[in-house]
Design a protein around this ligand. Structure first.
Ligand code: NAD
Ligand code: ZN
Length: 382
């Protein structure tokens, strides 16, 4: 079958001779992919920032598709169902899943006490192949996959597998109180959804910081927020203090992660940052511009787990830090309601539709933020 094939940092391509996935366990299903996306998280893999990302892997943790085969013990979904599949692989039964920490499932990645299972996200996340392919094996098919309602646009459905709930959880973890000032670092799809979601929790002011004017223009309109380009600010931390009565923001959200833009990784500086654990600029800004006693919510992904953090300021300011891979299954019912009621319109973020055959070009465009790219959808051959 046709599938994305990782050949090493900055080298991905589509190959036609990739093996078809098979049922390996009675709880598995095989899904024929209808749409998949490229995510900012895939860029960390693409940039070589995530340990144990093996050549020959297929990425892709955001996908929807049609079930074409089920294992003998699968009961809740059947062949022919069109499903959205949360990016977390979760057993639904372990101690973490029982607390709805589906991003931290133990059974899906028993080798690790640090990470749960994720489709197409290196061997640190269980070594599963992902959905940037014609077909994908979906473990625990009775747990994650959720039938797409008839009324729902497939473009919205695919964004419910990660982007929408992740942005929402970023705002939720911020513990936003009525009237709070919330600063979101990053105007990618995750930051855009975090800004939009901040209002739903009662924010009084939402500010988004990025370096790309076209994304800032988009989020300004989409989430009705204030936007600033950090390239035009002498120091974003000083600036945020200035516009918050010298106190700092109530809540800061890191929706950037480790060198998400990726465009310095093939430079000397980029390599130096990588050796130090990757760039943590946005996280520094978030910690340093939140008020004393404030909350920093991190959904940005840090592949190198020992990345540098200004921990002294965290202690002195009495900051609360909350961070997680999003728990998609927990949030999915509410996110479906929000789409149905028109509170969010996720598909507005899709700027690029690229045939799966041209996946290499898709990564290049999204990584370099060419052609005003916000979100890229990959279309497998029908
Ligand atoms: P993206 O690459 O599309 O967007 C990142 C944005 O950050 C870019 O617009 C870039 O210009 C901006 N940026 C770079 N450095 C910055 C800085 N110092 N300050 C402010 N903005 C800066 O990525 P995305 O798809 O929006 O994902 C964002 C992050 O969220 C990534 O780290 C991704 O891995 C992570 N993520 C986490 C989860 C989760 O469950 N926790 C899920 C999905 C994605
Ligand atoms: Zn993602």
């Amino acid at each position: 079958m046709l599938a994305m094939n990782f050949r090493g940092p900055f080298r991905v391509r589509a190959d036609r001779d990739r093996p078809f996935p098979e049922i390996e366990h009675p709880e598995d299903a095989i899904v024929k992919v209808i749409r998949s996306c490229i995510c900012g998280s895939d860029l960390h893999l693409y940039h070589g920032l995530v340990p144990d990302t093996r050549v020959g892997s297929t990425f892709g943790h955001e996908f929807i598709g049609e079930i074409v085969e089920v294992g003998s013990s699968v009961e809740k979904v059947k062949v022919g169902d069109r499903v959205m599949v949360p990016f977390n692989i979760a057993c639904g039964k372990c101690a973490f899943c029982k607390q709805e920490l589906y991003g931290q499932c133990h059974e899906a990645n028993p080798q690790s006490t640090a990470a749960g299972g994720i489709f197409g996200y290196s061997h640190t996340a269980g070594g599963y192949n992902g959905g940037q392919a014609e077909y994908v094996r979906v473990p625990y098919a009775d747990v994650g996959p959720t039938v797409i309602p008839d009324w729902m646009d497939p473009d919205d459905a695919v964004l419910l597998t990660d982007v929408v709930p992740t942005g929402y959880q970023a705002a939720e973890m911020g513990g936003i109180q009525e009237g709070d000032t919330v600063v979101v670092f990053g105007a990618g799809p995750i930051g855009i959804m975090a800004a939009k979601s901040a209002w739903l929790f009662g924010a009084g002011r939402v500010i988004v910081i990025d370096q790309l004017d076209y994304r800032l223009e988009f989020v300004k309109e989409f989430a009705q927020c204030e936007v600033y380009n950090f390239k035009h600010l002498e120091d974003p931390v000083v600036f945020i203090k200035k516009i918050t009565d010298s106190l700092g923001a109530d809540v800061c959200i890191d929706a950037v992660g480790c060198e998400a833009a990726g465009d310095t990784m093939n430079t000397m500086l980029g390599r130096k940052l990588l050796m130090q654990g990757g760039s943590t600029t946005a996280l520094h800004w978030a910690i340093n511009s939140v008020k004393k006693g404030g909350i920093v919510s991190i959904v940005g992904v840090y592949g190198p787990i020992d990345a540098l953090v200004p921990i002294g300021n965290v202690v002195n300011k009495g900051i609360t830090i909350r961070a997680s891979q999003a728990s998609v299954k927990r949030l999915l019912p509410k996110m479906i309601e929000h789409v149905k009621n028109g509170i969010i319109d996720p598909k507005a973020m899709i700027t690029h539709r690229i045939p799966l055959e041209e996946v290499g070009e898709g990564y290049h465009i999204f990584s370099k933020k060419l052609d005003n790219c916000i979100k890229t959808v990959l279309i497998p051959p029908s």
